[in-house]
Design a protein around this ligand. Structure first.
Ligand SMILES: O=C(O)C(=O)C[C@H](O)[C@H](O)COP(=O)(O)O
Length: 205
């Protein structure tokens, strides 16, 4: 199962790719650092091509992020995305993902949003933007009334706070800290491998 794989890897790098030719070296750099997965955000025109390139790699789990519309969802699933992530919850996206049989991880920022997502069948949600909402303390607070839910905290989490999120209800920790956009653009893949290793060590297990 995808969520089991994400939980095992324990870190989900969020990446913004400007040039699709960077996608495969980036994926290899992350895997070399012990983090064989990525969420490629649909924030650049290169994103769908980047998903398709990385989907060809054995042993690498690629998802798409910043999925805002059903049309985008169709496109990334066609390109080979194995899971989709959104900053918020949308029933339309949720239905579309189920139709494709692809796991969707919607973002929630409040208990009400979590109730909507749960009513649509989601038991894995992204907690976004985690740091700005109050940080790691939010996880046990929201987990108490929703013990069946696991969280993917995302937003403002860097190496300084990564260890705070090493909590049982956390499925995996999402961060753009590992692969900054400028490092990808400049081809500093060794640096990305080192950051992957460092962040992975910080979230434990
Ligand atoms: O829009 C989405 O679907 C997203 O994926 C949002 C990202 O999870 C965060 O933007 C990552 O936050 P930073 O680690 O602070 O950069």
């Amino acid at each position: 199962m995808i969520t089991t794989e994400l939980a095992r890897i324990r870190v989900l790098p969020v990446v913004v790719i400007d040039d699709p030719r960077h996608a495969v070296p980036l994926a290899r750099a992350l895997a070399d650092g012990g983090v064989p997965c990525a969420e490629i955000t649909l924030r650049t025109p290169a994103a769908v091509e980047a998903v398709a390139a990385v989907a060809e790699l054995d042993g690498f789990l690629v998802g798409a992020g910043t999925v805002l519309s059903p049309e985008q969802l169709d496109r990334v699933v066609d390109a080979g995305a194995r899971f989709v992530v959104s900053p918020g919850f949308s029933a339309v996206l949720s239905n579309r993902a189920s139709r494709h049989g692809v796991p969707a991880i919607p973002g929630v920022a409040t208990a009400s949003e979590l109730m909507s997502a749960r009513a649509a069948g989601h038991t894995v949600v992204k907690l976004f933007p985690a740091a700005q909402l109050g940080g790691a303390a939010l996880v046990p607070a929201l987990h108490a009334p929703f013990p069946d839910v696991r969280f993917v905290p995302s937003g403002g989490i860097g190496i300084g706070t990564a260890a705070d999120y090493d909590l049982d209800p956390v499925l995996t920790v999402s961060t753009s800290w590992i692969a900054p956009r400028d490092a990808i653009g400049a081809g500093r893949f060794d640096e990305i491998t080192a950051r992957a290793r460092e962040f992975r060590a910080a979230v434990g297990r």
